[in-house]
Ligand binder design. Structure first.
Ligand code: MG
Length: 163
């Protein structure tokens, strides 16, 4: 039997991952409205990844014989002031997700729940990658500042993301 507090935190995390997908989809819609199709494509792929994260937690609970409980997903923000504003928000969001995953890990250690710790290693690695990728885009956008040509070039470059 899984520890109930760990199950509850993973059910909360399923909601956070689906909310992440919703937030990135909202960011994709914002970029589409500005005709920035490269940034929009990047955000759509990001949203797909977040749904996969949610499903990894979903399947893990099922594999362990625990009950999945789906929560309501909040309405995501829809407007931002600039491309940089969107990616800074995305970076802050990933930092928050990292701290949530760390909290589940801490609980799993406390409860001696070894399978959950092993499963979370993948997510801990993934968060390093997420923060690195978004952080690089934030850095490039800061270099571009308000130069439209540089921004369009970045839209093209970021849109080359393959998966
Ligand atoms: Mg995620």
């Amino acid at each position: 039997m899984m520890n109930e507090a760990v199950v509850s935190m993973i059910n909360d995390q399923i909601e956070h991952e689906f909310f992440s997908a919703y937030l990135y989809l909202s960011m994709a819609a914002y970029f589409e409205s500005k005709s920035l199709s490269g940034f929009a494509r990047w955000m759509r792929l990001q949203a797909d990844e977040e749904r996969e994260h949610a499903m990894k937690f979903f399947d893990f609970l099922i594999d362990r014989g625990a009950r999945v409980s789906l929560h309501a997903i909040s309405q995501p923000q829809a407007e931002w002031t600039s491309v940089l504003d969107v990616f800074e928000h995305s970076l802050q969001h990933e930092q928050k997700v990292t701290s949530l995953i760390n909290s589940i890990y801490e609980k799993a250690v406390q409860e001696k729940d070894y399978p959950t710790q092993v499963m979370l290693h993948w997510f801990i690695d993934e968060q390093v990658e997420e923060e690195k990728n978004v952080g690089q885009i934030v850095d490039m956008l800061r270099m571009a500042e308000d130069r439209q040509a540089a921004l369009l070039n970045l839209d093209y470059h970021v849109g080359k993301r393959s998966e």
